[in-house]
Design a protein around this ligand. Structure first.
Ligand SMILES: Cc1cc2nc3c(=O)[nH]c(=O)nc-3n(C[C@H](O)[C@H](O)[C@H](O)COP(=O)(O)OP(=O)(O)OC[C@H]3O[C@@H](n4cnc5c(N)ncnc54)[C@H](O)[C@@H]3O)c2cc1C
Length: 438
């Protein structure tokens, strides 16, 4: 799905929310955190009218050149200008039918002349084409785009209508902090990396999910001061791990895969092609099979997650091992009635009872009521769940990550809730222990 389609879906949903007002063609020109709120200056670009709004919190999701990041004094560190790239968006009605390898989301053109990648944007004959450097170190932006596409694809007579060209630079950078006072950063504003692997927008949405529930909890009064502080603590390691992976993916692009004789006819060429084919498979599989990275994002060691003393699953970028080790995504299951386990989770916290409920569950409910924490108790009655979760109980956060698990509910449920909602100071461990019956 192209990003503009996804953004259209998100925009339509946001526009339908009663307490959301969208303001396009409007620029934030300044803001001030006054300690009890944030004043934001807006400029309506078409009319030139300026306004000021006040809010409790302010999130700068303003992309790679984030002025909010600059304004709060956050610094990006890592590697800048990893490589220059050149993208072309074009229409080519004949191209899909001429692909000898059938339909794909991405084609890699590994040739001496124009090593490049190509893929369909949507189903309307719209394509993207991307090149880094050409033979002889020539900058692709200096070549006529139609000629470039024809040389890259090998279709010298291809009918091409160029719609857009875009020189862009890959970076590998992460901000040193993600919030100051009431002002937060999310998305490309606080982490940038080569797009190989397709992680950028995923991570931005992940930031919004993480920051979203923490802001909601704080505004609703049940989130403690440690909750928003945990945003950077939890997300930064995920960003760093993902950036490492996209840098690995980016280390092997078309230019590095070209070899002399790759296009030679006969056995000599066949041998080079077979050897390169294996190298491509070995090095590129992790770019397209990424469940271990995407679903395996973990918040181990977070101050608002309760470590249960067991070992987390081994980190792997390709293979995802579902595990209820606290900090990870709650393992999913399809239940006997065909429903998704996730559909049994509430919008706030969920106490998942993998076996049978007991008196401790009522105490947990009462504690949640006392603190105003929205709590759903889910008792799906599926015997497989206790094995999947390796525990009789699991406390799942609004973002579907496991905050705590155990075979016994804690004697002091308030202490557990205070821990996972950031009410207690960092370093304090609640008196809820885990006893596992493997
Ligand atoms: C070639 C390429 C391919 C990619 N492929 C993928 C992929 O396959 N999968 C994936 O997940 N990601 C991909 N990405 C990454 C993805 O595009 C970005 O990570 C994502 O767009 C970042 O979203 P964002 O909202 O943080 O920032 P942006 O998309 O940059 O949005 C920031 C917005 O803030 C606005 N803004 C800036 N300043 C102000 C201001 N002062 N006032 C008001 N508004 C302001 C901008 O106009 C813009 O609309 C790719 C990136 C590139 C370059």
């Amino acid at each position: 799905m192209p990003q503009y389609t996804l953004e259209g879906v998100l925009r339509e949903h946001a526009a339908g929310l009663a307490d959301v007002r969208l303001a396009f063609n409007t620029q934030v020109t300044g803001f001030e955190d006054t300690g009890d709120g944030v004043g934001v200056d807006l400029l309506q670009l078409r009319s030139g009218i300026t306004t000021n709004i006040r809010s409790s919190y302010f999130v700068g999701a303003d992309g790679a050149r984030s002025f909010v990041r600059e304004a709060i004094g956050a610094r990006l560190s890592g590697e800048r200008d990893v490589a220059k790239n050149y993208s072309i968006i074009f229409r080519a009605p004949d191209l899909a039918g001429r692909q000898v390898h059938g339909q794909a989301i991405m084609y890699w053109m590994v040739n001496q002349d124009v090593p490049s990648v190509l893929g369909p944007m949507d189903q309307n004959d719209l394509w993207y084409f991307m090149a880094t450097k050409l033979a002889g170190n020539v900058d692709p932006a200096k070549v006529d785009p139609v000629e470039l596409i024809r040389r890259g694809t090998g279709f010298a007579d291809l009918a091409v209508e160029v719609l857009h060209t875009d020189p862009w630079v890959a970076h590998s950078l992460v901000a040193d902090f993600y919030h100051k006072g009431r002002v937060f950063l999310a998305g490309d504003a606080c982490h940038l990396h080569p797009p190989f692997g397709g992680f950028g927008m995923n991570m931005g949405i992940g930031d919004a999910v993480d920051l979203g529930w923490k802001l909601a909890a704080t505004l609703q009064g049940w989130g403690g001061p440690g909750l928003l502080a945990a945003y950077h603590t939890e997300r930064a390691p995920v960003h760093r791990r993902t950036i490492r992976e996209s840098v690995i993916n980016y280390a092997t692009v078309g230019n590095q895969l070209v070899r002399p004789d790759l296009e030679a006819p006969g056995p000599a060429g066949d041998a080079v092609r077979a050897a390169q084919g294996q190298i491509i498979k070995d090095s590129k599989i992790r770019e397209f099979s990424t469940l271990g990275l995407v679903l395996g994002a973990r918040y181990d060691g977070s101050p608002i997650v309760v470590d249960d003393g067991t070992q987390p699953p081994e980190e792997h970028s390709i293979h995802y091992v579902p595990s209820a080790f606290p900090g990870g995504l709650a393992p999913h299951a399809w239940l006997a009635d065909g429903s998704s386990l996730y559909d049994h989770f509430g919008l706030g916290f969920t106490l998942l009872v993998t076996g049978e409920a007991n008196a401790g569950v009522d105490a947990m409910r009462a504690a949640a009521d006392q603190r105003g924490v929205p709590l759903t108790v889910a008792v799906p009655g599926d015997v497989r769940l206790s094995r999947l979760y390796q525990a009789a109980f699991a406390l799942i956060r609004p973002d579907q990550h496991v905050a705590w698990r155990g075979d016994n509910l804690p004697a002091d449920p308030l202490a557990l809730l205070d821990h996972v909602t950031g009410r207690v100071r960092v370093g304090h461990r609640p008196s809820c222990t885990r006893s596992v019956n493997p």
